[in-house]
Ligand binder design. Structure first.
Ligand code: FAD
Length: 395
């Protein structure tokens, strides 16, 4: 029998993997974190870090650093395709993704996790049917790394989920997004309350339907220099239709046609390339465990389609998986049954009936996004009663 090399190997050092590694290392577990990329690396994202994510960062004792690299946003301006606007109280950090991911990685390493960059996992190892490690290619050299538990945190369209047979459905509910940084965005001082206040704007425009466009201050100079993350998310099936696939052209048309977009962006300059990424919504992988493996983050596909705040689900699942792995190591039980049961019993994991309701609600939101007239009506309702918008964004 091969010697165990590690207690836990985590595939993917994005937010899910790095946060999980940090929790495990903080609890004294021997953990190796692998990523195919060299860090720091950038990623398509809206840079919206919600309160729940910030709470995880605080538990990992990195809150001061997050504060320093972020702008604090306290309102969201929702704009419908017919120009109706609703201002909703909504709090989040605007933090550049490159900085956030690097902070989480450094936090994991500071707690004692080992990180290897440029290591691509090419498959899972099995022994008597149970997953017991990974096959990796680092700097062109193939090798096998063994462990007691593999945590798959390798993002949407995860190789670990596919290899373990847990990605059962094709990603039916899928979107594609692109984002870039702009400087010189002019915020409306009649909307921003006070010198340090910032608002983000989300546009449910016909040109993005079914989907939306956002302008969100990001990074420590966010408000002062009009430094923003700007992007759009559209339906994947729609975006690959001939004539619909030029997202940048759609964006340009939107800036020219929307009065509010024009007032925000006419003097602004794009200072980074557009980056693209895919999003999977809802729970494809309701079952996120197999013998010797737990899936977390985008690899386990849980995302709120309106807010698109995958980082929150990623951080929660990272915590639940870290607790589960810790229990499994204590009990010496790495079976799928034990991992699944322990993960689902974690207070952070939503009970099955609540999860079903939540998913129903999310599907409804997604279907609404497909119909611009329904979105217009929803924003009209939110304009009259902002608490509706607050509830919608919270759920
Ligand atoms: C356009 C867009 C905008 C978004 N905006 C927001 C937002 O504003 N707020 C928010 O909360 N969420 C947002 N999201 C969602 C968010 O980006 C994801 O939910 C989040 O990245 C999930 O984190 P993760 O760690 O699970 O996966 P990822 O961040 O995708 O990390 C996975 C890591 O695994 C590595 N990896 C993959 N395969 C392998 C392999 N075979 N071997 C080794 N390493 C591997 C990758 O290099 C990567 O570093 C957005 C997504 C998109 C596409």
């Amino acid at each position: 029998m091969n010697a165990i090399e590690r207690d836990v190997i985590i595939v993917g050092a994005g937010p899910a993997g790095a946060i999980c590694a940090a929790y495990l290392a903080k609890a004294g577990v021997d953990v190796l974190l692998l990523d195919k990329e060299i860090f720091p690396r950038d990623k398509a994202c809206g840079d919206m870090i919600t309160e729940n994510v910030a709470n995880h960062v605080a538990k990992l004792e990195a809150a001061d650093k997050l504060d320093k690299m972020s702008v604090f946003v306290n309102q969201l301006l929702m704009v419908s395709s017919n120009g109706t606007e609703a201002l909703v109280p909504f709090e989040c950090y605007g933090t550049k993704r490159r900085d956030f991911d690097q902070l989480m990685l450094e936090t994991a390493v500071s707690w004692g996790a080992e990180f290897r960059a440029g290591c691509c996992v090419t498959g899972l190892l099995r022994e008597r049917g149970s997953i017991c490690g990974v096959r990796v290619r680092c700097a062109g050299v193939e090798s096998e790394l063994r462990c007691r538990i593999v945590i798959g945190a390798d993002g949407a369209f995860s190789l670990t989920a596919k290899d373990a047979g847990l990605m059962k459905e094709a990603p039916a509910a899928m979107s594609i997004g692109m984002s870039a940084y702009f400087e010189g965005v002019r915020f409306d001082r009649n909307i921003a309350i006070g010198q340090y206040s910032a608002y983000g704007a989300v546009f449910f425009d016909k040109l993005a339907a079914p989907g939306y466009i956002w302008v969100l201050p990001s990074g420590d100079g966010g408000v002062l220099h009009g430094h923003c993350n700007v992007g759009l998310i559209v339906d994947y099936a729609d975006a690959v239709r001939p004539g619909h696939d030029d997202l940048e052209e759609r964006f340009r048309q939107w800036v020219d046609s929307s009065t509010r977009a024009n007032s925000l962006l006419s003097g602004a300059e794009r200072i980074s390339p557009w980056r693209r990424g895919k999003l999977t919504y809802m729970t494809q992988n309701m079952d996120n465990a197999a013998d010797g493996l737990i899936l977390i983050g985008d690899a386990a596909s849980v995302m709120q389609p309106l807010r698109g705040d995958g980082l929150s689900a990623a951080a929660d699942s990272a915590r639940a998986a870290a607790d589960t792995a810790w229990e499994a190591l204590k009990e010496g039980d790495f079976s799928g049954d034990f991992l699944r049961r322990t993960y689902r019993a974690n207070p952070i994991h939503m009970p099955a009936d609540q999860l079903r309701d939540r998913l129903k609600h999310r599907r409804l939101i997604r279907e609404t996004l497909f119909d611009p007239a329904s979105v217009d009506r929803a924003i009209e309702t939110i304009r009259k009663d902002t608490s509706v918008g607050e509830r919608l964004l919270k759920d």
